[in-house]
Design a protein around this ligand. Structure first.
Ligand code: DX5
Ligand code: ZN
Length: 219
C-alpha cells in the first residue's frame, strides 16, 4: 500500500476547510495535520478545536502529527476532535509505551515519530505495538524545507526492521518530499508520503498528486 498524505501546514490558513476538500477531490489518501506547540519545535500551529471543526470537511483519515511536549496530556482531546491516527515523537514522550496504549484505548491508531538525528534503536521495542512509524526527513517545525539526503539509508534500514515483524507498521516519510525524490524514497521502502509544499504550492493539486502516485508506484 502506497499513500499520499498532504500536510495542511502549507495550505492557505484562512481556507483550511476548502483546501482539505480540494485535496480530497484531488485523490489524496489521508490528511496530514501538523500540531506544533512552540516548545518541542520553534513554531505554533493548530489544536483540537480547529481539527474538530475541520472534521466536517472530509471523510479521509486525519493523520495527526503531534510535535508537542507532554503529548500524554492531549491524547484524549485530539481523539475527541476526530483524529484517526495520532503520532507522537519518541523524543517528547517520557513514557512512550503508556502513551501508545492511551491512544489505542481512545480507539485510535498509534504512531511514533523520529527526528533526523534520533537512531532507529530508540523505537525497536515499541515497533510491535504501533500502526505507523514516521521518519522525519527534515528537522520538524516548518514546511518547505529540503529533504535530508542521508535519510534514504535510514528509510532502507527501517524497511528491513519492519519486514522482520509480524505487525508491519506503515512507514511514513515526512519532510521535503517532492516530484524529483519521491521515486527513490519509495524504492527505499516508504509506504506513506507526507507532502506539504509540493502539493499546496502547485497550481493543480490533482495533477501533482497523480504525478506523485505514478512516481511512487513505478519502482
Ligand atoms: C514539518 C512537518 C511536515 C511538513 C512537510 O515539521 O511535520 O509535515 O509540513 O512539508 P513539506 O512537504 O513542505 O516538507
Ligand atoms: Zn508532519
Amino acid at each position: 500500500m502506497k499513500l499520499i498524505a498532504p500536510s495542511i501546514l502549507s495550505a492557505e490558513g484562512g481556507r483550511l476547510a476548502e483546501e482539505i476538500s480540494a485535496v480530497e477531490k484531488a485523490d489524496a489518501d489521508w490528511i496530514h495535520i501538523d500540531v506544533m506547540d512552540g516548545h518541542f519545535v520553534p513554531n505554533i500551529t493548530i489544536g483540537p478545536a480547529i481539527i474538530s471543526s475541520l472534521r466536517k470537511s472530509s471523510k479521509l483519515p486525519f493523520d495527526v502529527h503531534l510535535m508537542i511536549e507532554n503529548p500524554e496530556n492531549y491524547i484524549e482531546a485530539f481523539a475527541a476532535a476526530g483524529a484517526d491516527i495520532i503520532t507522537i515523537h519518541v523524543e517528547a514522550a517520557h513514557n512512550l509505551h503508556r502513551t501508545i496504549e492511551l491512544i489505542k484505548k481512545c480507539g485510535k491508531k498509534a504512531g511514533v515519530s523520529l527526528n533526523p538525528a534520533t537512531p532507529l534503536t530508540q523505537v525497536e521495542e515499541i515497533l510491535p505495538n504501533i500502526y505507523l512509524l514516521l521518519i522525519m526527513t527534515v528537522n520538524p517545525g516548518f514546511g518547505g524545507q529540503q529533504f535530508i539526503e542521508k535519510s534514504l539509508g535510514k528509510i532502507c534500514k527501517t524497511r528491513k526492521m519492519i519486514d522482520a515483524l509480524a505487525n508491519k507498521p506503515l512507514l511514513e516519510v515526512d519532510g521535503g518530499v517532492n516530484l524529483r525524490n519521491i521515486k527513490s524514497i519509495s524504492s527505499a521502502g516508504a509506504d506513506v508520503f507526507v507532502t506539504g509544499a509540493t502539493v499546496f504550492s502547485s497550481s493543480d493539486y490533482a495533477k501533482t498528486i497523480a504525478e506523485m502516485k505514478v512516481a511512487m508506484s513505478n519502482i
